[in-house]
Design a protein around this ligand. Sequence first.
Ligand code: SF4
Ligand code: SF4
Length: 205
Amino acid sequence: MLAVQLKPEDEVLPRIFRKRLFIFECLGCQEVYFPRQEVEKFIESLENEITAKVAIDYLCNRDFVREYVKAYSSQIKQAELILVFSCGVGAQVLCSLLEDRIVYTGCNTLYLNGFQGLSVQNFDCRQCGQCYLNLTGGICPLANCAKGLLNGPCGGAKDGKCEANPEADCAWELIYKRLKRLGKLDLLRKSLSVRDYSLIMKSET
Ligand code: SF4
Ligand code: SF4
């Protein structure tokens, strides 16, 4: 159960400018906080061509979402960019199913104190409040890198495995491979903004 907010318009609009869109919206965690009206209003305000828009219960359920991806494959193919409104888990699930497509998340996942329930998938979101997935090929550097590094690898990986956990793939090697596959390696030249830890502290007060 996660809570999300819409990313600021000046962050989203330049990235989707004049792109033909396919839109996914998650309805799963509305009982926590999903700004549905705000999201709908934002979508209505877009001048982009939209090949289709689907609202799904629990975008974090990979098997369920795979069926939607199959059912809408032609509309997804026609789109230049996939825009998703969900928490970081849902966005990562979608990215993993559409590895050759650029998936852009329109939301930040907010920090919530306490236990958030059990998850049914292998994707995690640390609720950082300033989602980086649009710059990392849809792989969360906070949840997947043992050191939570935001600006590239530590250099300790061996044969693609993490130096802190040889059982796990190095997240930054995965990010590099995903961005290369998407033709988006230029994103690695951008420094990711310094993490704003006050977003967590504000939630705890
Ligand atoms: S960058 Fe990771 S932790 Fe932050 S909101 Fe996105 S998925 Fe969650
Ligand atoms: S080896 Fe990779 S995943 Fe492990 S801490 Fe270093 S950068 Fe992060």
